[in-house]
Design a protein around this ligand. Sequence first.
Ligand code: PFF
Length: 448
Amino acid sequence: MNATTKVHAQWSSRMGFVLAATGSAVGLGNIWKFPYMVGESGGAAFVLVYLVCIFLIGLPILVSEWLLGRRGQKNPINTMRDMAEKNNASKAWVLVGISGVLGAFLILSFYSVIGGWSLAYIKDAVVNNFSDQNADGIAAIFNGLLASPAQLLVWHSVFMLLVIGIVARGVTKGLEGAANILMPALGVLLLVLVAYGATTSGFSQALSFMFSPDWSQLTGKVVLSALGHAFFTLSLGMGIMMAYGSYIGEDIDLLKTARTVVIMDTVIALAAGMAIFPIVFTEGLDLSSGPGLIFVTLPLAFGNITGGWLVGLAFFALLSFAAITSAISLLEPVVEFVEERSPLSRATSTVVSGFAAWALGLLALLSFNVLGDVLIFGLNFFDLLDQLTSKFMLPLTGLGGILFMAWHLDKESVRQELNLDIYDFSLWSLLTRYLAPIAVLVVFFTNL
Ligand code: PFF
């Protein structure tokens, strides 16, 4: 069947949909990226701005993307094209879909490199590398990994192959069942690590670092990072949630479901921070050690807990699983795009798209070692890919989605679709027509 005419199947249940959306949202962004951004951005001020961005901007955009997807019933590019046509809007809206696909491709390339680190750490846990190590020993393991292009290459390749394999065989929905058990398990394990953190001397310092703001740390740059991360962590601005929306049945309450997904995503990120920062403070580690943060902190805990190798193994296995479910959602729209625009079959499109992202990922991988000194606009390849997507492409694409929803769709039908009374709907309109878009633009332009 041609992708243009394809009307998708639907999620088996609301639960299936929530799991798939959460599977995309919860990933390395929550556990790897959020804590190190908090560390680099000075703590609680960043956390609070991030929470505001998540609830006031992220949540309405998530609902907008689902709503557009459910109405369009197609892939994001065709959805935007059809919706623009139907609502007498400019054809240029299709750019929202196109830039989403491009963003997904760019993110996948470096996401797979970090997914590879997580896989490498499964191996380290199994061979009990973390036991009885001090902070220097743990740092040496991590630095050794970064310094070795060969090791990084192996793990990046394994990660991408897993993702390609799953998407090519079209078994992504099969993961729904696994996610049912594994995502809650990840949550429980994080709580165990938070409990461990609570026994360390740095716990109260960690809590005040995360929750008691020093507003002098708040700069335009910090706000932009928080905004960008809100998009990244909820998988917004990439057409992904729009694609998922095309599978949602009419009976599903979008606002309620979005609230569930957003809360789960936020709780996991905060728990990750609360597991990591006590170790940072107890051991006197560098708060702003960047992307390596979880890899030089949590293994210290695993080395100290009895049976810690098993906890470490479980943790990195679950983190890898969460990373894979997110990576699948990144590859999917790229594959759909290639499949539709080329004569290639689905399987070949998957291999070609995955391979291209893998190849671009090599630049990200080498920027941790041999290409470390190659800078573009003062950034290495890894940072460039990360910042270009999080700080520019995602917010602008997400903005496109919400503006289209708020200004081009018939208001009354949206009100009914969201089950809002007149009063709540006027709040919703205020938020989606003005507040959220203006906030995105202001943050964006102050930083240009
Ligand atoms: N939301 C995922 C995470 O937090 O790890 C990453 C991600 C997945 C970003 C899918 C964007 C996306 F479309």
